[in-house]
Design a protein around this ligand. Structure first.
Ligand code: GDP
Length: 316
């Protein structure tokens, strides 16, 4: 619905985990007069002309870029070429398209994996580019780092305002739930649910189960965007985390209870652990007045409820 006053916002990537949450959350915001959502069905972001046409046609005040090729540790490490190439194309096409429009503000989504492997936890925004990347997802990270650099170039040369948000590991409804290429929460939900249905006695956790991860329920990220959208952006890089860390083993134990899977938990050491720990420091946004509100228990329950309800029409 069109409201008289407020921002006109264009969301790219509106059918993914983040985009679909943004539709739910921003759809209710009184800061926004018009929310235009775009997915690959209407605009192919690999084509610069289509990207330019969409932006010129909508003429938004703000673009939120939630479009990306994403996946879990296996997908990132296997489809390395596609992860760097597709993410570079999406980001560069959007950012090149806005060169003639310095008045359009941009919120660009990245991920905490852009930070160096050896950055000390909790990882601060200032740790960017201070060391080598974690090897399982370095192609994805390089594409996201290039987008930050391009945003900075646009800002210093042409005056664009680009805010890069680096959320920690996200999860929630409408995530990609599959055997191999998912992130850990949707991947484990998919596999454990299947094991329960097939009455299999054991579930295998990839790797050692020791890595620590910080998870953020996706609607909390969307609420942080709603919070930031009309603020003066004093930083161009902001971490968005929950501050809550859990080991992969403890996560499996929680999911076992929620899913009511009665088998035993085992470990598959042929699979990589990836980064041992990547807690981010969300002090900057917390000090501005935003905090995440969904704890891991609540978020996992909401996610599993959604998964069960939508099992027959999951994106494959
Ligand atoms: P990461 O945070 O970039 O490493 O990506 P993931 O979410 O894919 O993986 C997080 C951690 O969970 C890694 O240590 C994985 O080895 C571990 N893990 C355990 N079981 C699974 C699973 O079923 N799927 C995925 N994707 N990761 C798993």
């Amino acid at each position: 619905m069109k409201k008289m006053k407020g921002l006109k916002v264009l969301v790219f990537g509106s059918s993914g985990l983040v985009g679909s949450s943004l539709k739910r959350v921003l759809g209710n915001s009184n800061k926004i007069s018009e929310l235009i959502t775009s997915s690959r069905k209407d605009t192919n972001l690999f084509h610069i002309e289509e990207t330019k046409n969409k932006i010129n046609e909508v003429k938004p005040n703000i673009i939120i870029n939630a479009a990306a090729r994403v996946g879990g540790i296996h997908a990132n490490n296997t489809y390395r070429t596609e992860f760097i190439l597709e993410n570079l194309k999406i980001n560069m096409n959007i950012l090149e398209s806005v060169i003639p429009h310095p008045d359009i503000k941009i919120i660009n989504l990245g991920s905490s994996c852009i930070y160096p492997l050896n950055a000390e936890s909790p990882i601060k925004e200032s740790d960017i580019m201070t060391g080598v990347l974690e090897p399982t997802n370095s192609p994805y990270s390089m594409a996201k780092l290039s987008a930050i650099e391009m945003g900075r170039a646009l800002n210093s040369q042409y005056g664009h305002k680009v805010l890069n948000l680096m959320p920690t590991n996200l999860y929630g409804p409408n995530d990609y739930f599959a055997e191999e290429n998912s992130h850990v929460i949707p991947g484990m939900i998919y596999r454990m649910h299947k094991n329960k249905k097939n009455k299999e006695g054991a579930f295998s956790i990839w790797g050692t189960g020791d890595p620590l991860r910080e998870f953020l329920f996706v609607d909390d990220l969307s609420e942080s965007i709603e919070f930031l959208i009309d603020k003066k952006w004093e930083f161009d890089l902001l971490n968005i985390g929950s501050g809550e860390e859990i080991s992969i083993k403890d996560l499996a134990v929680k999911l076992k209870k929620i899913i009511s899977f009665e088998g035993e938990l085992q470990y598959d050491n042929t699979k990589p652990d990836g980064n041992p720990r990547k807690l981010i420091d969300s002090k900057l946004i917390n000090e501005m007045g935003w905090k995440s509100k969904t704890n891991i228990e609540t978020g996992l329950k909401k996610t599993y409820t959604w998964f069960e309800k939508n099992y027959d029409k999951l994106r494959i």
